[in-house]
Design a protein around this ligand. Structure first.
Ligand SMILES: *Cc1c(COP(=O)(O)O)cnc(C)c1O
Ligand SMILES: [Zn+2]
Length: 436
């Protein structure tokens, strides 16, 4: 199996060795992807093999990423893999959420069940393993959120040094706490996210530091196993729609790549439609796709949303995500802060729960149902990207009616659930419990 790096731009498609450290094409500046010569692949035994591995206690077989390593042939020996048993996330049915969205049925693939609580772990196991293969000692990323939590854990598990660059004074506390606990060197810089990314890209090359933002093509390889695991869990009968939130659009790119490789190799008979949901104040991809002319991609200068994981004004992977929409007959939808907040509370009420960005999926599905773009009986899987505990502050504010959108507008707690103060009086408590 021949594996290589390739420029994503269809007019270029320059090829490079896997051992090169590339984040953009040196010839045209395009995005880089990992690609393979699949021609000689004998896929016949794979499905059975992947099932059998679930019964095996070896670390690689216990990983919901590396179990599917026939589709990750960039690493033929797996001797330098670092795994925290990522993936293996459940598909959960939620009738109450289906009713809220106006669907007969909805399934949630919950990536918040990962070791550090988000889908970033699916990609990070590959990214950090590649850092190992390249002999890098130090890995870095720019992030205030789940990427830094995940990278810190995997780098430390591998014995590498994680370095995190943050915009000063713009810290998401729960996620930063994870990075500190997992031993990252954390640097706060007086600049915004885009400026810091430019700075870090300049120094990573010179300092020999390996960059693990989602521009890293090996992270996308790991994340594509979410599509494979989903198809496996559905006995290879793919849904009509797979719905996910969109920030930097690495996730949408990865799902698209996963499904299209499965299709090309004859492991599924069609690809699902990919629907990407963005928050209103942070929706450059939505506006680009909607625009008639589709000229230059214009970034949103000051993206705003309480769903901080998708607060991205200049999404790195938009060309890949655009191609995914074209190949899967996909679409992009937009939702408000109010819609995200209510959808999140509904997901909570089903006993599942998720972080704010993840709830954009249910809000988006509800909107796609109301506009008729999605049918009542369509088979829909929504990807819940992060764990409910990532952002407890948001939850507390919503349920106490004190959550405000970034523009200052109040968010109405339609599904609010406040703690009640009761006297230390058995009779009164019994009376209260009888009303349930
Ligand atoms: C990173 C992240 C996203 C956004 O994914 P992209 O690949 O940047 O589009 C959404 N939700 C959560 C919880 C995340 O951590
Ligand atoms: Zn190129």
């Amino acid at each position: 199996m021949q594996a290589f790096l390739a420029c994503f731009e269809s007019g270029c498609r320059a090829k490079f060795a896997l051992s090169e450290v590339l984040y953009n094409c040196p010839r045209c500046g395009g995005l880089i992807e990992v690609d393979y010569e699949w021609n000689e692949a004998n896929t016949a035994p794979w499905k059975e093999l992947w099932r059998e591995r679930r019964m095996d206690n070896a670390p690689l077989e216990q990983s919901g990423v590396w179990r599917y390593r026939e589709l990750l042939p960039f690493d033929d020996a797996q001797s330098q893999v670092v795994t925290l048993r990522e993936g293996n996330t459940p598909i959960l049915e939620a009738p109450r959420a289906a009713k809220y969205a106006g669907l007969d049925r909805i399934l949630f693939k919950h990536q918040g069940f990962n070791p550090t609580g988000s889908f970033k772990d699916n990609g990070m196991t590959c990214g950090v393993s590649q850092a190992n293969r390249l002999g890098k000692q130090v890995v870095a990323c720019v992030s205030t959120g789940n990427t830094s939590a995940s990278m810190s854990a995997y780098a430390s598990a591998a014995g590498l040094k994680p370095v995190i660059f943050l915009p000063h004074g713009n810290i998401s506390f729960g996620k930063l706490a994870q990075a500190l606990e997992y031993g990252a060197l954390t640097l706060q810089i007086e600049a915004n996210f885009d400026q810091i990314l430019a700075l870090v890209r300049l120094i990573t090359d010179r300092a020999g530091v390996y960059l693990l933002n989602s521009i890293n093509p090996f992270r996308i390889e790991g994340q594509k196993t979410m599509a494979i695991e989903m198809a496996d869990q559905l006995d290879w009968d793919v849904p009509d729609w797979v719905v996910m939130p969109g920030g930097n659009l690495g996730n949408a790119s990865a799902f698209g790549k996963g499904f299209s490789e499965l299709h090309r190799l004859g492991l599924i008979d069609r690809v699902p439609r990919i629907a990407v949901i963005q928050a209103q104040g942070s929706a450059p991809f939505y506006h680009y796709v909607q625009s008639v002319e589709r000229g230059r991609f214009s970034a949103v200068g000051n993206p705003e949303t309480l769903a901080t994981a998708i607060r991205i004004g200049d999404p790195v992977s938009w060309p890949k995500a655009l191609s995914v929409l074209e190949h899967t007959d996909g679409l992009v939808e937009l939702v408000s802060e109010q819609e995200i907040a209510d959808a999140k509370a509904v997901i909570g009420q089903t006993g599942i729960g998720c972080e704010p960005a993840s709830a954009a999926t249910l809000a988006g599905i509800r909107k796609l149902r109301s506009t008729g773009l999605m049918g009542k009986g369509d088979r829909v899987v929504a990807v819940l990207t992060g764990n409910v505990l990532k952002d407890p502050d948001y939850i507390y504010r919503y349920h106490t009616g004190t959550l405000k959108a970034p523009n200052g507008e109040e968010i109405v707690s339609h599904f609010g659930n406040r703690a009640q103060i009761v006297e230390n009086d058995p009779a009164k408590i019994i009376e209260l419990l009888r009303t349930l």
